[in-house]
Design a protein around this ligand. Structure first.
Ligand code: GLN
Length: 480
């Protein structure tokens, strides 16, 4: 079996009958058995579902029927995304035994496109974190360097693809949780425009920021998965009706002449020297492809972390009020109703989730609402305006994805602020709602991957993908 399958190589192997979807699925579970105990990328496997899906694909091949776009592609799903009848814990004790009654729209679209759902991947509890160390089920290790974090919060989804345990995976990004683990594990990872992909069935952290998006070994495969999951969904009123282009088919359009904005605020202090070198070399590479660099000023960038951690915690505090021990999930009995609430939430949530609920509740409380939440909403609008104004001058914005390569397990766990600063380059695009990708950009001398982040204007996912694809091809950065 080939070590690194891609969506198109699987399709060719199925069509020429060199491989059956069942054999491929078996191979991926065997890989899992060899590697997952060390990586802890998967929290649950779904072999019954996977083999049923594989048999469906094999039946299509046997009948000579046309194959759907992701036929036979083994995928993994972040554990904050609902999967019918399959454990969905959000990395939390409070949902330890929870099995959703329905699939998220993104999951049912993968299923309808012929994908094989292997299982659920580890993440920071309720997607709150940047290292996957906030999971109640132990951290995930970075397959590139086992003593290091894979990034977070979608660390399991990134590690699964980087280690060859899945061909593609879904993650979620609220402040960087797709792009940053993509960067730290050395694979492309994308969030579309806010509203591009339905959030139906995504267990909410911060609803005005949460997005679902793909990881894969190549930009081409990221494009193929995004095209399947994107598009109107009547079950999510924030999901937009814009038509979804066939991203993968149009990836090869030339990037010559595109103006790429380099915002100076993203190249200040606090960036690792090796990351700076690689990203600067990456910009030179884009120039060699005919892109025109334009220096940009995005004046509100400095306020992004503070703004994000008010908006995100405020929304989290209200979204997480539903875990009360009554409706679903963990229930710890108590002498009175209040006692039961306290014990359930006290034992069910981990330290970071509690910290955020308290911060968010404070920011929303009467007397403080105007000073914090309302103010943060206003600054959010200014940050979004920085992007809108920038895109009047440039076609895309290029920055580092993360200020440092993968850090060591335990290195930042004692200092939440240090952990929050890992998101310094990603939260801006989250607050603005624009699409963004992280694409591999080489490795440090120690062999740690560095990611280049590309933002595009609203609904210009195709341009972001074209640039990332041209960059990946020119630099030979893909692991596939
Ligand atoms: N690391 C950021 C946080 O902890 C982003 C998380 C995310 O995007 N889900 O909130």
């Amino acid at each position: 079996m080939t070590a690194s399958w891609t969506i198109s190589s699987i399709r060719a192997a199925l069509e020429s009958k060199k491989l059956s979807a069942r054999e491929l699925t078996k191979d991926y579970f065997a890989r899992n058995a060899r590697r997952n105990s060390e990586l802890n990328a998967f929290l649950a496997l779904s072999p019954d579902l996977a083999f049923a899906q594989a048999d469906r694909v094999d039946a299509l091949v046997a009948r000579g029927e046309p194959l759907p776009p992701l036929a036979g592609v083994p995928v993994a799903i972040k554990d904050v995304i609902s999967t019918r009848g399959i454990p969905t814990t959000c990395g939390s004790r409070i949902l330890e035994n929870y099995r959703p009654a329905y699939d998220a729209t993104a999951v049912s679209r993968l299923d309808a496109a012929g994908a094989i759902i292997l299982g659920k991947t580890n993440c920071d509890e309720f997607a709150m974190g940047s290292s996957t160390e906030n999971s109640a089920y132990g951290p995930t290790r970075n397959p590139v360097a086992l003593d290091r974090v894979p990034g977070g919060s979608s660390g399991g989804s990134a590690a699964a693809v980087a280690a060859g345990l899945a061909v593609a995976s879904l993650g979620t990004d609220t402040g960087g949780s797709i792009r940053q683990p993509g960067a730290l594990c050395g694979i492309p990872a994308m969030m579309g425009t806010y509203g591009r992909v339905s959030r139906y069935g995504l267990i909410a952290f911060a609803s005005s920021l949460d997005r679902i998006g793909p990881f894969a070994a190549t930009v081409q495969d990221v494009a193929s998965v995004l095209a399947v999951i994107a598009g109107r969904d009547s079950a999510d009123s924030t999901c937009v009706p814009e038509t979804v282009p066939n991203y993968a088919a149009e990836l090869n359009r030339p990037v010559r002449g595109l103006r790429i904005g380099i915002p100076r605020e993203y190249f200040g202090e606090g960036m690792d020297a090796e990351v700076r070198k690689k990203v600067e070399a990456g910009i030179k590479l884009l120039e060699s492809l005919g892109c025109v660099p334009v220096e940009l000023h995005m004046p509100h960038t400095d306020y992004a972390i503070a703004t994000y951690y008010i908006v995100a915690t405020a929304e989290a505090s209200s979204n997480l009020a539903r875990y009360d021990g009554v409706r679903y999930g963990l229930r710890v009995p108590g002498a009175t109703l209040l006692d039961m609430y306290k014990k359930t939430r006290g034992r069910g949530f981990g330290a970071e989730v509690k910290r955020r609920i308290m911060l968010g509740t404070y920011a929303l409380s009467s007397g403080y609402y105007d000073a914090y939440y309302l103010k943060a909403q206003k600054v959010r609008a200014l940050i979004a305006r920085d992007f809108v104004e920038a895109f009047q001058k440039v076609d895309a914005i290029v920055t580092p994805t993360s200020p440092s390569p993968a850090f060591r397990l335990g290195e930042k766990t004692a200092d939440p602020l240090q952990m929050y600063l890992a998101d310094i380059y990603t939260v801006t695009g989250s607050l603005a709602g624009v699409p963004g990708i992280s694409v591999p950009c080489g490795k440090t001398p120690e062999g740690l991957p560095v990611g280049l982040q590309i933002f595009g204007p609203y609904f210009e996912e195709l341009r972001v993908l074209q640039l990332a694809h041209a960059f990946e091809q020119a630099g030979g950065f893909s692991i596939a």
